[in-house]
Design a binder for this molecule. Structure first.
Ligand SMILES: *Cc1c(COP(=O)(O)O)cnc(C)c1O
Length: 425
């Protein structure tokens, strides 16, 4: 089975999302927009679920990757739990019908209010990242009158070999507690009356394209499990985080398969008899979404041509923020044998950082043509903003031959009316 297979394919020269031609959606909702494939979301979730078959496990979708209610409901219906990193995400998960006992709360800065919200509404576990957080959790659990189930996120000091902004498992990162201090911190946790220590958590980064860092980290977690059990702690659940990467460029070497990742998990921690949790985000949503934009102008510059699109950095910030690469393809397939030409592909925002690609080889394009940014389903819409008072772009979900707008584009009035004028004006 092809790696990273998705359901965005050309049929008779027209790019489709499943059975829906993208120009049809563009005509109905306008550009730019995000479009997601239900079949791809489900396929990716199922790959993880099957990779862990034979062990007690829960795949908790890291919903920060793409958190539209319709996406959450799609995955929840397939059995997914959710990994949340804020009170808002917790409320989104609950609103999508996910029961509290399938919601894991991660994040380095949970506030007392967020903790109270989750304890009152029901939670599978908190992944605790520091001693001060542990003290607050203990206090709030006492106030609510429950015991808070926790794992402690350990930082294994492993180089994830990914972009610096999304590496989280080195000792200089802000995440987790140093694994060398784990025994001390578990002893503190065990002494706090309102905490129920159940396991260990680790997450070393995002967009990992090699299994070796996972292997190192999970070996350290396995050793720690034995040590902590020796100290008398109950370690019955291992949360192994997310981070498996996706192929952003078609011709790149493919990152590891979820099945290889699952085999690695079984090999490194399978003998411990723990329930396994994983928290994939990008690999579930990334290739399940595209951003569709239209060429506004083709502008000839000094020695280079610019494709000026109606999508911009505020709609998809990954290239500006992480120097991320996205395949950009015409929605109407170029004729075979057409000579390609280099373009700088940019948005209309008043910053030079609003550049999606430089000197990208494309078949010639004209104003009005549609282009698709592939692999834009994760960390796309969720990171968008209304910079330059550009409306948040709509999200569309395709399911076979049906599609639905799952978040509408706001009108200018809606955007402006969110501001309020002080009485002295
Ligand atoms: C971001 C994050 C994830 C998801 O990472 P992906 O690379 O999208 O799979 C999982 N767990 C935690 C704690 C995270 O912060």
């Amino acid at each position: 089975m092809a790696r990273g297979m998705d359901h965005f394919l050309y049929r008779d020269g027209v790019l489709h999302a499943e059975d829906v031609p993208l120009p049809e959606i563009a005509a109905a909702v306008g550009t730019p927009f995000y479009v997601y494939s239900t079949a791809t979301l489900l396929r990716h979730f199922t790959l993880f679920d099957e990779a862990l078959s034979g062990t007690e496990h829960l795949v908790c979708y890291a919903m920060k990757a793409a958190s539209n209610q319709a996406i959450l409901k799609t995955l929840a219906a397939a059995g997914a739990g959710m990994d949340v990193v804020s009170g808002g995400e917790y409320m989104r998960a609950k609103a999508a019908g996910v029961p509290g006992d399938k919601i894991v709360f991660s994040g380095v800065g949970k506030t007392a209010d967020e903790i109270r919200l989750a304890l009152s509404g029901g939670i599978r576990q908190f992944n605790v990242e520091s001693e001060p957080e542990m003290e607050v959790l203990n206090r709030v659990a006492g106030e609510v009158g429950v015991r808070a189930p926790i794992t402690i996120r350990v930082n294994p000091d492993v180089d994830a070999k990914t972009h610096a902004k999304i590496a989280t498992g080195k000792s200089e990162n802000k995440f987790g507690i140093p694994i060398a201090r784990a025994r001390e911190v578990y002893a503190l946790a065990a002494s706090l009356p309102n905490l129920d220590v159940i396991g260990i958590d680790v997450h070393i980064g995002s967009q990992l394209t090699d299994l070796a860092p996972f292997e190192l980290a999970y070996q350290k977690v396995a050793e720690l499990t034995e040590t902590l059990r020796g100290d008398g702690h109950t370690i019955k659940r291992l949360d192994l985080g997310g981070g498996l990467g996706i192929p952003y460029a078609r011709n790149n070497e493919a990152p590891p398969l979820p099945s290889d990742y699952g085999a690695l998990i079984k090999r490194t921690v399978g003998h411990l008899g723990c329930e396994i949790e994983i928290e994939p985000g990008r690999l579930i949503a990334g290739n399940a979404g595209c951003m569709i934009t239209q060429v506004i102008y083709v502008k000839s510059g000094e020695g280079r041509d610019f494709l000026i699109l109606d999508g911009a950095m505020n709609d998809l910030i990954r290239p500006a923020m992480y120097e991320a690469y996205h395949d950009i393809v015409p929605v109407l397939e170029a004729d075979a044998g057409v000579e390609q030409t280099p373009y700088d592909i940019v948005g209309p925002v008043c910053e030079s950082g609003d550049t999606f690609a430089k000197q990208r080889m494309m078949a010639p394009l004209n104003a009005g043509d549609l282009v698709a940014f592939r692999s834009a389903g994760a960390y796309g819409a969720v990171m968008s903003s209304e910079y330059n008072t550009r409306p948040l772009i709509p999200e569309v979900l395709v399911h076979g031959d049906q599609y639905a707008v799952i978040r509408a584009r706001p009108t200018f009035d809606e955007m402006i009316n969110r501001d309020t004028i002080p009485e002295w004006l």
